[in-house]
Design a protein around this ligand. Structure first.
Ligand code: CTP
Ligand code: CA
Length: 221
């Protein structure tokens, strides 16, 4: 059941959400990461739970409390996130907000890499991570509504439109991280779909989340 005052009703729906960054180990003390705070993804999970949905939140490492009524699965790497997403299926809706690291170190060193005193730097070989969103879109267990996110610094709508086709998602929700820095508390979301582009006003992340969840509920109705 939706909480008092919530305008959306997602009772009986399972919503799968990814959020946060991933950490890709280089050696036991170092990793590759990014500036994702997890705030927007967590706000979306909270809004979906308030609307009465069953929510599975697959989360990279963040410093945020689990929203009420949300089942949280903690992961560290992109590959772990891919496995956790697969394990959480089936779902009615997937909303992939995580800033998945595009590359990981080709070989995680078993021991801390040490300076050898000569000033030479260790070679860091990168390999591409699996694309969790694209894989889900192509899978035979694809949820009926799959939503990706895109944090861009330039040509926001063009890049999001290209991603919509490349990933096979139903919607790409784009935001401009040049004007709204990652880690902040406000966002301006642009929902790109086959129907066109709908730009929301600049909103606190929890209000942007509520607006997105309202659109999801409308799309399922
Ligand atoms: N994504 C994913 N797995 C990856 C990379 C991205 O599931 N390995 C998802 C993100 O969670 C997001 C969407 O794909 O929902 C778009 O991510 P983004 O990083 O913007 O797309 P990329 O294809 O990685 O393109 P870019 O070169 O702009 O980073
Ligand atoms: Ca990327």
């Amino acid at each position: 059941e939706p909480v008092e005052g919530c305008r959306s009703n997602l009772t009986g729906k399972h919503i799968l959400i990814t959020a946060g960054p991933t950490h890709e180990p280089i050696d036991p003390v170092r990793y590759i990461a990014n500036r994702s705070s997890g705030k927007q993804g967590y706000a979306i999970a909270a809004a979906a739970a308030r609307a009465g949905a069953k929510v599975t939140l697959v989360s990279g490492p963040v410093a945020l409390p689990t929203p009420p009524g949300v089942t949280r699965v903690d992961v560290e790497t992109a590959r772990q996130m891919a496995t956790a997403v697969e394990a959480a299926l089936p779902a009615d809706v997937a909303i992939m907000v995580a800033a998945v690291a595009d590359w990981r170190s080709a070989g995680e060193a078993a021991r801390k890499i040490k300076k050898d005193g000569s000033g030479s730097v260790p070679p860091l070989q990168l390999v591409e991570n699996p694309d969790i969103l694209a894989t889900l879109c192509r899978s035979d267990r694809r949820p009926p509504l799959v939503i990706g996110f895109a944090a861009e610094t330039n040509d926001v709508i063009d890049h999001a439109t290209a991603k919509l086709a490349r990933k096979g998602a139903d919607w790409i929700v784009a935001n401009d991280v040049a004007t709204h820095a990652m880690g902040g508390n406000i966002n301006r979301l642009h929902i790109v779909s086959a129907a066109g582009v709908e730009s929301l006003p600049e909103l606190p992340k929890d209000a942007a989340a509520a607006a997105l969840i309202e659109k999801v509920a409308h799309a399922l109705a």
